[in-house]
Design a protein around this ligand. Structure first.
Ligand code: ADP
Ligand code: MG
Length: 312
């Protein structure tokens, strides 16, 4: 029947769409309870990221960025809402499945290299460490670790201990460690928070190279806007929700490699969008309201010429 065919086509399309998204966060809520207060770190956050995307998540300190990343990394569970990674529902996983997910689906890079590396192992041994329980020979393990150090541009320091390396070099090793188990998603929480701006630029370039050459999905959390400027999709988190997104204009996206971070700060490289949530709510920034002279909690909404006008 024609309509059966039509129905199948429709469902195929949505199947395809689903598989394109490597990450789907659906109404994520996280409440931290301490003795006398409850903090709502995530307030119904929705987010979709496609396979092979490189995104930066930015927001003020305390806005919920690390909480979000920890949920995606399977290090903590949401109070409510769902997370699907590569089609799998993290909420439905038991502890053993979650351990295996953390080990093989996601790779983590932290700000603090002490969290990333064992100080008493050389760079090469650090990259080998996650591979110890894999079915591979010692030689294969060593070769793979060596290749990863080459990929991240730090093979010449393979025999050095973390304490003998600079902050930027340590982060290169940490990224190689995070890639050891061939993760589908690389998560980085303020990976350049402890290095100078030149090193930060180099690490940022490395993330872009991994994204481009391996097709790896990369999610970088940062509070550094200049770092985010080089990324084609920037997601802004405020008060536990996504408020706006900045998408790089096509003409800049094509010649991204030629542009330096300084260039990008000067030009208007991104288009900023407000995000409509599932209940069709949109968050307006204080700056926008101030510019429009709106100071009350009630606003008038009208449609004119295909535009929505919000006024006092
Ligand atoms: P960001 O990484 O954007 O700086 P976080 O995700 O670390 O923000 O924190 C979001 C909010 O949740 C903050 O108000 C923080 O104090 C609170 N928070 C985070 N982790 C915990 C925790 N383990 N216990 C209690 N409160 C927490
Ligand atoms: Mg944080």
């Amino acid at each position: 029947m024609w309509y059966t065919k039509w129905k199948t086509e429709i469902s195929n399309v949505s199947e395809e769409k689903k598989s394109e998204d490597i990450l789907v966060c659906d109404g994520l809520v996280k409440i931290f309870k301490t003795e006398d207060v409850e903090v709502m770190a995530l307030q119904g956050l929705d987010l979709k990221i496609k396979k092979g995307e490189l995104v930066a998540i930015i927001g003020k300190s305390g806005s919920g960025k690390s909480t979000l990343l920890n949920m995606i990394g399977g290090l903590d569970r949401p109070t409510a809402g769902r997370i699907y990674v590569d089609g799998k529902d993290l909420f439905a996983m038991n502890e053993a499945q979650l351990v295996s997910y953390r080990k093989s689906t996601v790779g983590f890079v932290w700000q603090n290299s002490a969290q990333n590396l064992f100080p008493y192992l050389t760079a090469l041994q650090n990259v080998e460490a996650p591979l110890y329980f894999e079915k591979m020979s010692e030689k294969e393990r060593r070769e793979k670790a060596g290749r990863l150090l080459e990929l991240t541009g730090i093979a010449h320091r393979a025999q050095s201990y973390p304490g003998q390396l600079s902050g930027g070099e340590q982060q290169r090793v940490a990224i190689a460690v995070a890639l050891a188990m061939d993760p589908k998603i690389l998560l980085a929480d303020e990976p350049t928070g402890a290095v100078d701006s030149k090193t930060s630029d180099m690490i940022q370039d490395l993330f872009r190279k991994l994204n481009r050459e391996l097709g790896l999905t990369v999610i970088i959390v940062t509070h550094d806007i200049s770092l985010a400027n080089k990324v084609s999709r920037v997601i802004m988190v405020s008060d536990g929700k996504i408020s706006t997104e900045k998408i790089m204009k096509e003409k800049y996206r094509q010649k991204l490699d030629e542009l330096s971070t300084e260039n990008l700060q000067e030009i208007d490289s991104h288009e900023e969008y407000s995000v409509l949530d599932k209940a069709r709510r949109v968050q307006l920034s204080e700056d926008v309201l101030k510019e429009a002279g709106i100071d009350s909690h009630m606003v008038r909404v009208e449609v004119s010429d295909g535009k929505i006008i919000i006024s006092k």
